[in-house]
Design a protein around this ligand. Structure first.
Ligand SMILES: C[S@@+](CC[C@H](N)C(=O)[O-])C[C@H]1O[C@@H](n2cnc3c(N)ncnc32)[C@H](O)[C@@H]1O
Length: 244
């Protein structure tokens, strides 16, 4: 099936309804704590790579001066609306060059869009090029083969004024031996009770934890690992320090 990525293009207006930005507060506190724990330099600036609609940034900007980078102009416009005081840049995480460095970097769920090893390595190298010596990059795999739940389906609903939306998200790995899995989303959109059904599909990357460790170390990072739990799911969080 072809990738559609509609959530970041024509259906991007649904993104603010899929989880409130305040739901990201606990994760962002965890991220900020890890940055402070591992940094070998004062941290004031942070680059959020794959910032999407800026929900993480809404929480992180209390502690850091944040710049957001994303591929989608539509998502960047949402992020700017939510965080007018922050700087946003369009770019591809595999190749962008901003000509400057940051004290910290966050690569959250957007890293899943690196769906082959070559792209994954390119994104990690690009982040490295934008980090100060002594700075910390926090990067979190959404899924790894160690935790992947075949055919897991999650249902979330949201109401805003006369608009009701149900998000039905299914993950499936057709070939556990390769580096990809599929996310398929069904949107049930009711505007004043009138039903519209839309679908979406992505091919995302899935790499064993040992591949993560190898790529991060071979790029040059000192790598620290911890776990973060949310809604019954446990995620590995890598704190990656660029040696000074
Ligand atoms: C789930 S959203 C991120 C949401 C974000 N964590 C937040 O706080 O709102 C994933 C984002 O990854 C972005 N993305 C996908 N591929 C990318 C690439 N190659 N370079 C930069 N951003 C990319 C998409 O445009 C999308 O906005």
């Amino acid at each position: 099936m072809k990738d559609t990525c509609r959530l970041y293009t024509d259906l991007a207006w649904l993104w603010p309804m899929w989880g409130d930005a305040t739901e990201y507060a606990d994760f962002c506190r965890h991220v900020a704590g890890l940055i402070r724990q591992h940094a070998g330099r004062p941290v004031t600036t942070l680059l959020d790579i794959g910032c999407g609609g800026g929900k993480n940034i809404l929480n992180l900007k209390r502690e850091f001066t944040v710049t957001g980078l994303d591929l989608s102009p539509t998502m960047l416009a949402q992020a700017k609306d939510l965080n007018p005081e922050c700087i946003f840049v369009q770019g591809d995480m595999r190749t962008f060059r901003l000509g400057r460095t940051y004290d910290a970097i966050l690569m959250d769920d957007a890293i899943s869009y690196m769906n082959c090893l070559k792209d994954f390595e390119a994104a990690i190298r690009t982040a490295w090029a934008h980090l100060e010596a002594g700075g910390v990059m926090i990067v979190t795999p959404d899924v790894t083969p160690e935790t992947f739940q075949q055919n897991k389906t999650t249902v979330t609903s949201s109401i805003r004024d006369a608009m009701e939306v149900v998000f039905i998200e299914n993950v499936y790995d057709p070939d556990p031996a390769d580096e990809q899995y599929e996310t398929t989303v069904l949107y049930l959109i009711r505007d004043n009770g009138r039903l519209q059904i839309e679908t979406d599909h992505w091919t995302l990357g899935i790499f064993p934890l040992d591949t993560w460790r190898t790529v991060l170390r071979e790029t040059g990072f000192e790598v620290y690992e911890d776990r973060y739990s949310q809604d019954g799911d446990e995620y590995t969080v890598f704190s990656c320090v660029k040696p000074g």
